[in-house]
Write a protein that binds this ligand. Structure first.
Ligand code: NAD
Length: 262
């Protein structure tokens, strides 16, 4: 894969999956702008810059449209178009439907759905200017294919991104923009470590081991493995792929039962 000369925006690239996606894009020669609200963004940018990689970081909350409009003005000082947008930033806080507050519901909707919508909206003119752009939305196997208890808000938002991906792909095809979704299973990131802690505060590692044990490949994925898939969808190698989604889960959604088999 060759992404030399391509300009990419990755949301939530300070850590976890986003950082793996940024690393892979940089490895294939892209210039990357990371949008993230975390303080650790500076550390991440410095890490990559120390390796002479072409990376820029802008601290912004993707749920705030006005702040995003200012962000686009900053990006325009450096670039006149964007070739790749990876809508990766997202949150997952476990709570049952019965107990979930409207505030926690809205936090998921505001970041996972509206945040993705906002970033895509403000960057659309720059993506169209590429004439050959790729948008990649981080959905999940959760929502579209499976779900665990406490994931109602998260699952709702991740399934919504499938509809967003398809409808936008249909509309933007005439502008040379491809739009696809990635559906990861469990990738070891700060989010998953947080979910393990919420599930068993005294022994989160046992939760991680339990997840790994139920996956046919017997391990969680890495952010860099996810990054490789994002680069494929960003590159010309996937030039005829749009409006679809690709699962990356080590086979976690394959088993039909826990008992049948020889
Ligand atoms: P993470 O919590 O480890 O990292 C998320 C990053 O997004 C952080 O850097 C955070 O600061 C940033 N972020 C969160 N809200 C933001 C906001 N409002 N504005 C700007 N930045 C914001 O999460 P992760 O596990 O790396 O997940 C990344 C994406 O991958 C999410 O969309 C998630 O739903 C998806 N995903 C993850 C897994 C997994 O197993 N880790 C599985 C399926 C899908």
């Amino acid at each position: 894969m060759n992404l030399e000369g391509k300009i990419a925006v990755v949301t939530g690239g300070a850590m976890g999956n986003g950082k793996g996606i940024v690393e892979a894009l940089l490895n294939y020669g892209a210039s990357v702008i990371i949008l993230d609200k975390a303080e650790s963004l500076t550390k991440t940018v410095n890490e990559f810059a120390a390796l002479n990689k072409k990376v820029l970081g802008i601290r912004v909350d993707i749920s705030e449209i006005t702040a995003l409009e200012e962000t686009v003005n900053i990006i325009k000082k450096y670039y006149d178009h964007i070739d790749i947008l990876v809508n990766n930033a997202g949150i997952c806080k476990l709570e049952t439907f019965e107990k979930m507050s409207l505030e926690l519901r809205d936090l998921h909707f505001d970041i996972n759905i509206k945040g993705t919508w906002n970033v895509t909206k403000v960057l659309l003119p720059m993506l169209r200017a590429s004439k050959k752009a790729s948008i990649i939305n981080l959905s999940s196997v959760t929502g579209e294919m499976v779900a665990d208890s406490g994931e109602v808000a998260y699952a709702t938002t991740k399934a919504a991104l499938i509809g967003f991906t398809k409808a936008l792909a249909r509309e933007e095809v005439d502008h040379g923009i491809r739009v696809n979704a990635i559906l990861p299973g469990y990738i070891r990131t700060p989010m998953v470590e947080g979910m393990a802690k919420e599930s068993n505060p005294s022994d989160p590692e046992s939760v991680i081991n339990g997840i790994a044990g139920a996956i046919p490949m017997k391990r969680l994925g890495t952010p860099l493995e996810l990054g490789e898939l994002a680069c494929f969808l960003a590159s010309d190698l996937s030039s005829y792929i749009t409006g679809t989604s690709i699962v990356i889960d080590g086979g976690s959604t394959l088993p039909e039962t826990m008992t049948v088999g020889v």
